[in-house]
Design a protein around this ligand. Sequence first.
Ligand code: GLC
Length: 519
Amino acid sequence: MATKKETKKTVKPAQPADGDLTPVEVLDKAESPVVETAPAEIVVEPKKKILFVASEAAPFIATGGLAEVIGSLSKALAREERYDVRVILPLYQDIRKEYRKDFKFIGNIFVPLSWRNQYCGIFEYVKDNVTFYFVDNEYYFKRPGCYGYYDDGERFAFFCRSVMEILSFVGFYPDVLHCHDWQAALAALYLKTIYCFRPEYQFIRAVFTIHNIEYQGKYSLDILEDLFGISYRFQYLVEYDHCINLMKGAIECCERFSTVSPTYAWEIKDPYYAHGLDQIVRRNDFKLCGILNGIDPEYYDPATDPSLFANYSANDMAGKAVCKEELQKMLNLPVKPDTPIIAMISRLVSHKGLDLVREVIEQILRQDVQFVLLGTGDSSYENYFSDLARRYQGKVVSIISFNSDLSRKIYAGADLFLMPSKSEPCGLSQMIASRYGAVAVVRETGGLRDSITPYGAGGNGFTFGNYDAYDMMYVVNEALGVYRVKEEWNALVKRAMETDFTWSKSAKEYERLYLDMLK
Ligand code: GLC
C-alpha cells in the first residue's frame, strides 16, 4: 500500500575522492577552514498518480468525443515519466472483443451502496503505459450500449462507489482523482462526503471536467439516501432547482473544475449556454479553467490510416485526389475532381446547427457542389436529410448511420467540412477534418472558436459569429470562392493539415492544473 509518507526518495550526490581533484582544488581543500555543510540533496520526485473516472474510453468503448479524449489524453500524460496514469471504466457488454479477451481478472469485492451490497469484479489491462480497470457487474452493465436505461442513476452510482472501494483493493490512492461528466460526478461526491475521513483517502484532490453541460444527471431528491447512499446532511451539496443535480454537486465539492475549451469555460457562465447551471458556474468561477482537447495524431493520420483508399500527407497530396474520386464512386456521385465536396459528420441534434443548414442548403446546392452527410440522431433531421438526398440525387448523399470507417473516408475525400454548431464544448471533428485536408467552416463557439481561425486573417478555416443561416452561407460561399483559386486553396489546405491539434500543449496545461492543485 503506497501512502503519501513513503513517497519521496532522496539520493546523495556522489562525493569525489581526493584523487579526482585538481592540484588547485587540493590546495583549497587543505587551506580552507572546515565548514560543516550538509551535502545538497537531489530530490527524486515520486510519480504523480492520476486516476481518470469516466463512462467510456477509446479504443474499448466509444459513443462520442468523451471516449476519444479519455483514451488520448491518458496516453499523452502517461508518456511523461512523471505520471502513473490509470483509468477506470464500467465493463459494458459492448467492450470490444479483441481487447476484452486479454483483460486480466484481478479479484472481486462487494460494494456497499445504501442498503445494497453488490458484487464487483475487477479486471485490468495495460495499454500505452496506462493501466485500465474495468468494473464488472452483469446486472448493471451486461446490456447493449452504455446509456439510456431507466436506472442509469443507480448504475453509475454503483460504478462510482466501486471506484472508491477499488482504490483500497488495489492499493492505489491517486494524488488526483479526475472525474469526467455527470456519470463520474458521484466519485468526487463520495470522496468528499464519505471517504476523505479515512487516512489513505485524505490527500486525494478531485477535479471535475465538463465535456457537455447539457447532461447534468438530474434526479428526484427522494432517492438521495436510498439510491445514491448520500446522507441528507449533504443534500445542500447536490441540490439544485429542487432536484439532485450531480454535475452541480461535483462542481461544488471538487478542488477544481474544467471544461474542454477556454471559450466554453467562459460561455457556460452565460444562461444561453449553461442549461440552467450558469449561477453555479459563476459562483465557482475561481476554480474553473478551460483546456482545449487534442486528438491522437497517430490514430488520425492520413499518411497511415488503413481505412483510406490512398494515403497522403501535407507534402504529398496525390492520395487525397484518389480518396475523393473513390468516395464519389462509392457514393454514386458523379466523379468530378473540380466539384467541391462539402461534408458533415455529426450527431443529428439541434445544437449542431442543423437548422441553419436546413434553411439555406438548397440555395447552396444551386452551385456546382456535392453535399455528403453522415450521422444519426433526431428523427426529424434524419428524415429531412434523407428526403434532401432523394430530391437531389447525384448531388446530395445522406447516410443515416454511425460508421467510423466511412467517416474517415469522408474526411479524406471532402474539400470542406461544415460544423455550424449552436454550442460546441470542444468538438473533435473539425480537428480531424483539418488534419485530413478538409477545410473547416465553423461557427465561432466553444472549441470551434479556439481551434479554427478565419482564412481572412491567415487562418486555417472559415468562421462566422452569429447563429444565422445567411451568415453561414456567406462564409460557405467565401470558401467556395477560394476553392476555385487553386494556389490559394492548396496553401490553405496545407495550413489546415499542419495545424498542431496534438495534446502536446494541452497535456502540459493539465499538468499545470494538477500541480497547482497539489501545492
Ligand atoms: C462532448 C462535447 C464535444 C467534445 C467532447 C470531448 O461530446 O459535446 O464538443 O469535443 O465531449 O470533450
